[in-house]
Design a protein around this ligand. Sequence first.
Ligand SMILES: Cc1ncc(COP(=O)(O)O)c(C=O)c1O
Length: 468
Amino acid sequence: MTKAPLARQTEAVLNRSLSIVGGRLQIEECDAAYLAETFGTPIFVVSERHVRANLRRFKQAFAQHWPWGPVRIMCAFKAAPLLALRRILSDEGSGCDIFGPGELEGAIRGGVAPELISVNGSIKDRSMIQRAVAHGARVVVDSTRELLLCEEVATELKLSARVMIRVKPFLKDLTLESDFLPGAEIRELTQIIKYGVPTAELHELVSFIAKSTCLDLVGVHAHMGRHSKFSEVWQAWTRHCVEIIALIRDQLPDWSPREIDLGGGFPSESDRDTDVAVQGYEGASLDVFAEVIATTLHSELLKSGFDPTGVTLEVEPGRGLHTDTGIHLATIRNVKEETIHRPRKWSEMDTSEVFLGVGGLNDEPPFDFIIANKASETKTDCGDLVGMSCNAEILFQQVATPKVEVGDVVALLNTGAYIEPMAANFNSLPRPGTVLVSGDQADWAKRPESVDEVFARDQVPTFVMEAK
Ligand SMILES: Cc1ncc(COP(=O)(O)O)c(C=O)c1O
């Protein structure tokens, strides 16, 4: 447990956890440069207060517009796969969207109530489905093959398996392009990407459900992703999702969905995710997304002859929940300057593109950044902030900074979602740890990797050892 020094006057509040106090960056009540010194760098730092506040924002927004039944926030585990964070989210009563056996284990160890675990993903195998059904989790089937495995396993365990069908709504009249891939239409991408039961396979799949005595079809699931910040996309997504729900009911006349999960893909407030090509335009707010989704769902269900009363509405935010809750800290270990052929100044940081899931040749800075110990100083320097692997690693090219010196701490902002889990071991670099901050307290949520661990899975076959 490490306490940070008491801070001085607040000069700027940057978001729910970051502020500039006495010329230095603070996360909650902890001084960022002090954390870097105490825990070592590179490190990821996450704010408990910020995570809780973001989750409550989601809950409130959707609950306000969906008074007809319960609202569940099924946080996407993949975005921030830390048991400590998951414990916090579980403590708030939230559910969990998981993909694959590792994440299922993470949800269980992270204290998620079994009935709030939703098992997503493609090519689920028998052992995973067995673990999920035996544990009481819900399985979101992605194919008829998975549904039949659920039936087999449930029969064997003498249990009823709660299943959802992941569907592929076709946004036929929507010509908007995706923010992930400018030039490509969302309606095309959401069809050509592998996820979901092909609409052509739906009839056969539902006919198996009709015959089954141990499959409980609780509802449908449809995840689109962060393709757009325009609310009309969500309106179309919700509408076409209900269209598929009605198709299912055509085969199961007495059935109606009890749970409808419309997936994730909500932008974070900062909207600074490194995997989204188009950002920064004025989109809808979370409240508007919630309103559009809830009112569309309500009216489309009614139109199709369903009673929305008691239906649970679920969403699965990942980036929208976590992106702005975390920062990454690195220390400048060397500053060097070329003044002859091509004048250039490099500040060499002890982090790397391989920990940050970004390429190392960036015309635009991939992250917003602050020199944590000089947060209020005038920017009089210009140079490259480079990473430490053997790649070129021009992470921040020709950026303005205060006068940089060895020992300065660089804080990369908005690294709370999908960054840490993408860290790799290129150059046999041990991956950074993560520190969790709560008020003026801080401690490891995940310790840094050691070099021994980097090689822990290696073995040298005897035929190599015995070779002459
Ligand atoms: C099924 C599912 N739900 C939710 C999410 C979270 O998406 P986002 O982080 O864009 O909110 C993902 C992300 O890939 C997903 O695959």
